[in-house]
Ligand binder design. Structure first.
Ligand code: GLU
Ligand code: ZN
Length: 316
C-alpha cells in the first residue's frame, strides 16, 4: 500500500509549539520555538502552546512554568489558552478505543529486553539512537481481529497493527519529498505503554487534530516520526497538517543539543542577552539582513525577523 499526502490545508493558519517540560528551553529548543512562531506570524496565523507532559517520569516539576516565562521574556507570545496533555487523557483513550473498534490494535507484553533478544535471533542489533523495529512477537491475526477490553488488561502495551508494505510519502516544506517504509523502518508501534501511559505518537496526532493545527513546524530530530503520525491521521480520519522540519542546533561533538548533553537554559534577565540569543537562533534559521539588536526592542526585532522569515536561506 502506498499513501500520498492529501491537499495542503486551505486557510486559517494554526501553528503550535509543543515542548515536553523536561527542563528549561535551551538554544536548540529556542530555534524550534522561534521558527514556528515566525512561520505563524508571517502567515498571519495563530500560534498555540501545548505542554506535552504525558511522559510523566521524564517531566520536571515547574518546567512548564519556566518555559512559559522564557517564551514571554523572548516576546514569543501565544494565542488561546495553553493546553496540557496530562489534562486530556480521555481524548487519547477514546482514540485508542476507536482503533480497537477498527480491529487495528493488539496487546503486547514484550519487554525491551525480549524484543532485543528476538531481533538478535534474526541477526539484528539496533545501535544507539536507532529505531528498534518491533518483530511482531505478540501479533496474531486472531488477536488483532477480536474486540478487546483495553481497560481490563493490565501491564500490557497496545500496538498498532500495520498493513504490510506500508510506504508513507509526504512533502516537507524544507526537507522536500520524504518516503518511509513503516514496516521496515518502524514496525507495529506502541500507542499505549505497559505502564499505562499514552505515547507521544498517539497524543500528538490527537491534539494536532483537536486544536485544528494546520502547520507543524519543529526540529528535524522529529522528522522520522512524521510518517507514522500521518498514517495515524489517515486511519483516525483526521486532517493532515503541513510539515516543516527545522535544522537542528548541534554541539561541538556534532550531537543534538539536549538536556542529556547538558545544554544550558537560555538567559532571560538581560534584554541585551535575550536579543543576542534571538539573533543567534535567527542566524541558525538562515535569516538575512537582520537588525543587529542595538537600540531596538525585542518586539521591534521580532517584527523585523517576521519580515525576513520568507527570505530565509532554509527555503532555498
Ligand atoms: N514534545 C516534543 C518534544 O519536545 C515535540 C512534539 C512536536 O513538536 O511534535 O520533542
Ligand atoms: Zn509483544
Amino acid at each position: 500500500m502506498k499513501l500520498k499526502n492529501s491537499l495542503p490545508p486551505s486557510k486559517g493558519y494554526r501553528g503550535r509549539f509543543a515542548p515536553s517540560p523536561t527542563g528549561p528551553l535551551h538554544a536548540g529548543s529556542l530555534v524550534a520555538a522561534l521558527g514556528s512562531w515566525l512561520d505563524a506570524r508571517s502567515n498571519k496565523g495563530k500560534w498555540l502552546l501545548r505542554i506535552e507532559d504525558i511522559d510523566t517520569p521524564r517531566c520536571v516539576a515547574g518546567a512548564d512554568q519556566e518555559i512559559m516565562r522564557q517564551l514571554q521574556a523572548y516576546g514569543l507570545t501565544w494565542d488561546e489558552d495553553v493546553s496540557w496533555q496530562s489534562k486530556h487523557l480521555e481524548r487519547y483513550q477514546r482514540a485508542l478505543e476507536h482503533l480497537n473498534e477498527l480491529n487495528l490494535v493488539y496487546p503486547c507484553t514484550c519487554s525491551r529486553q525480549t524484543i532485543l533478544e528476538a531481533l538478535a535471533t534474526q541477526g539484528i542489533s539496533p545501535g544507539r539512537n536507532q529505531e528498534i523495529v518491533y518483530p511482531g512477537t505478540c501479533r496474531s491475526p486472531e488477536m488483532v481481529a477480536t474486540h478487546k477490553d483495553i481497560s481490563l488488561i493490565a501491564n500490557t502495551a497496545w500496538r498498532l497493527a500495520l498493513p504490510s508494505n506500508l510506504v508513507m510519502e509526504f512533502d516537507d516544506l524544507i526537507m522536500g519529498h520524504q518516503s518511509q517504509n513503516l514496516n521496515q523502518e518502524v514496525g507495529d508501534f506502541v500507542l499505549r505503554r505497559r505502564d499505562g501511559l499514552f505515547t507521544y505518537q498517539l497524543a500528538v496526532v490527537v491534539d494536532d487534530e483537536q486544536q485544528n493545527v494546520t502547520h507543524v513546524v519543529r526540529g528535524q530530530d522529529l522528522l522520522s516520526n512524521t510518517a507514522r503520525q500521518i498514517y495515524l491521521q489517515k486511519i483516525l480520519g483526521f486532517k493532515q497538517p503541513q510539515y516543516l522540519h527545522l535544522p537542528l542546533v548541534l554541539d561541538a561533538n556534532g550531537e543534538k543539543l539536549s538536556k542529556q548533553t547538558l545544554a544550558t537554559a537560555i538567559p532571560t534577565e538581560d534584554p541585551k542577552a535575550v536579543l543576542a540569543q534571538l539573533r543567534q537562533a535567527a542566524i541558525h534559521l538562515g535569516l538575512k539582513d537582520l537588525p543587529d539588536g542595538e537600540n531596538i526592542s525585542i518586539a521591534q526585532w521580532l517584527q523585523a525577523a517576521t519580515q525576513a522569515w520568507k527570505g530565509s536561506t532554509i527555503f532555498s
